[in-house]
Ligand binder design. Structure first.
Ligand SMILES: N[C@@H](CCC(=O)N[C@@H](CS)C(=O)NCC(=O)O)C(=O)O
Length: 208
């Protein structure tokens, strides 16, 4: 298998963390988005959305990080990241969809305004966009905070894909200035994720 990724991207890191957690062999190919490496014809033929992460497994090409995570779990039967019990599996899926549709989108505005713009020399953060994102962030962070009270993990008693998907966006919380300081349960839970060997080994190199 070969995974095209961009190490600082939360969407990439959570896939790499699954590879490490399950100890799956996979070649990692980093693409530098700032140099437009994801716009090369060969990559567009793999993923016409020109997005990382993208997995190639023989003649099967898969994009969308949450789908890739689930597919990788199918390579390691009976793993606890992607439980087989239908209700637990649906619960994990629920949080992965929630991350992609709601929480990750709110975080994405902070990432774009505070990090990507600086990285790509696209000017100052837009205060009105940030204000809208703050409303959305608090709306969804409150749901996560309430769910985590009294729990170590999002679903069941151990780490699952749900934690890696939702937690991946907290990686950039400080640098992208999410208004997260008052969410004690979320910060505690993210500390649990930070203890996982696969999370530590998938950490991107520090950027300035
Ligand atoms: N929903 C996608 C999002 C992937 C995504 O947003 N990738 C970004 C980097 S974090 C990207 O490749 N952007 C390049 C572009 O849009 O041209 C997933 O979960 O895989």
């Amino acid at each position: 298998m070969k995974l095209y990724h961009f190490p600082i991207s939360p969407n990439s890191r959570r896939v790499v963390a699954v590879l490490h957690h399950l100890d799956l062999a996979c070649e990692l190919q980093a693409l530098d988005l700032s140099k437009g490496e994801h716009m090369q014809p060969y990559f567009l033929s793999l993923n016409p959305n020109h997005m990382i992460p993208t997995l190639v497994d023989g003649d099967f090409v898969l994009w969308e990080s949450n789908a890739i995570m689930q597919y990788l779990c199918s390579k390691a039967p009976d793993n606890s990241l992607w439980p087989m019990d239908p209700k637990n599996q649906a619960d994990v899926s629920r949080w992965q969809f929630w991350q992609a549709s709601h929480f990750g989108r709110a975080c994405g505005v902070f990432i774009y305004e505070h990090l990507v713009k600086k990285f790509l020399n696209q000017g100052e953060p837009d205060a009105s966009e940030i204000a809208k994102a703050e409303d959305s962030f608090h709306r969804f962070a409150s749901v996560l905070e309430a769910h985590l009270a009294g729990r170590e993990w999002l679903v069941g008693d151990g780490v699952t894909l749900a934690d890696l998907s939702v937690g991946s966006f907290l990686d950039l919380a400080e640098m992208a200035q999410y208004p997260i300081a008052s969410y004690a349960e979320i910060l505690r839970w993210y500390g649990n994720i930070g203890q996982l060997p696969a999370w530590q080994s998938s950490a991107p190199a520090k950027i300035a």
